[in-house]
Design a protein around this ligand. Structure first.
Ligand SMILES: [Zn+2]
Length: 190
């Protein structure tokens, strides 16, 4: 009897452990989890404004899907490369990407929101998209490229306290990787 109980307990704990591992792995790979950590890496002002905008959307029954927020230089490079191939663009649902070193995503001042537009040949705003654009604008975000890149919203660097786009990008990248930078510096000194 006791033996059976121990066996059951062992099996149950094995199931429990594998469940936890599976959840940990999936949350690590899941793009939404990645999206969340990249939202955290946004510029403070942009994040506060986005939070307020998302609250407004939810009040109106809109659950915004944030597809992209802050990007490291390496991530921007990968997206830029993909955006140059029609196939890769279509597969990943990318409208376009700026050259690495020039995107406001690298400054943590831009976010991409899904479901704003519909249609391929003749793109148009969806009713929900129209509301998203209006709410994002009210919170200071420009719909900078319109239907050319309908998912993209960005805060002007000046509004966030930076003199230029370049300065905002430098600050964003510095904020993101202070540890790896410190490590590089230490290894250079050694
Ligand atoms: Zn974008």
């Amino acid at each position: 009897m006791l033996h059976l109980k121990t066996k059951t307990l062992l099996v149950l704990s094995a199931i429990g452990i594998s469940l936890v591992v599976a959840i940990l792995i999936s949350s690590h790979l899941c793009p939404e989890a990645l999206g969340r950590s990249r939202v955290k890496a946004l510029d403070n002002d942009a994040r506060a404004r986005l939070d307020a905008a998302v609250r407004d959307m939810r009040k109106r029954g809109i659950q915004p899907r944030i597809n992209s927020a802050f990007r490291s230089r390496a991530e921007q490079r990968a997206i830029y490369r993909c955006a140059r191939s029609r196939r890769c663009r279509a597969r990943r649902g990318i409208y376009g990407a700026k050259r690495p070193g020039t995107s406001m995503h690298e400054a943590g001042l831009a976010v991409d929101i899904g479901g704003v537009s519909a249609g391929h040949r003749r793109r148009r705003l969806t009713p929900r998209g129209r509301q998203v654009v209006r709410i994002m604008r009210r919170h200071g975000f420009k719909w900078r490229y319109g239907l050319k890149d309908p998912a993209h919203f960005e805060l002007s660097p000046r509004l966030a306290g930076y003199r230029t786009e370049k300065a905002a990008i430098r600050a964003g990248q510095r904020r993101w990787a202070p540890k790896s930078r410190a490590r590089r510096r230490a290894s250079r000194r050694a």
